[in-house]
Design a protein around this ligand. Structure first.
Ligand SMILES: [Zn+2]
Length: 149
């Protein structure tokens, strides 16, 4: 049953305007009725107990079709909830993969930069060794030449 607004045309035993609700029982699915303003379907409180059907009795085919639609709606709601949960898991997995991808990119970029640095340092050392050898050779040649002078 769904909650409704006060209906001024009919008053319950309390002498106040009744409220209109919609029944969602399997016997009367979708059928509107008036009841005491103090009744509450959630707590089971009946108020003064006054009750009046607004809609005529539900025809059998309407009852069957409406009940099937109500069941289908519940199934679809459940399916939607499951799909939303799966979607959330996929979103979480995506976030983890994006973070892992960023870490790998940082490592790769850092690695290339590190290798580049190593290469530069290696070249620097090779240059130093080369000039040391050149200097050594020049010294030896000069020493050799000095012997003959
Ligand atoms: Zn009442």
């Amino acid at each position: 049953m769904s909650s409704g607004s006060p209906c001024a045309s009919k008053k319950c035993y309390c002498g106040i305007p009744s409220k209109m609700l919609t029944s969602w029982t399997t016997d009367n699915p979708g059928r509107k009725f008036l009841t005491c303003k103090f009744s509450d379907v959630h707590t089971g409180r009946k108020g003064c107990g006054w009750f009046y059907w607004v809609d005529p009795d539900v025809v059998e085919w309407q009852r069957v079709v409406t009940n099937e639609l109500v069941v289908e709606k519940r199934l679809l709601k459940t399916e939607l909830r499951v799909m939303m949960t799966e979607l959330q898991k996929l979103e979480d997995d995506k976030a983890l993969l994006v973070a892992a991808n960023e870490r790998l990119e940082r490592i790769c970029n850092g690695g290339v930069a590190g290798m580049k640095g190593t290469k530069d340092k290696g070249q620097e050392i090779a240059h130093s060794v080369f000039w040391f050898v050149v200097g050594l050779v020049v010294c030896c040649v000069l020493k050799f030449v000095m012997k003959f002078l």
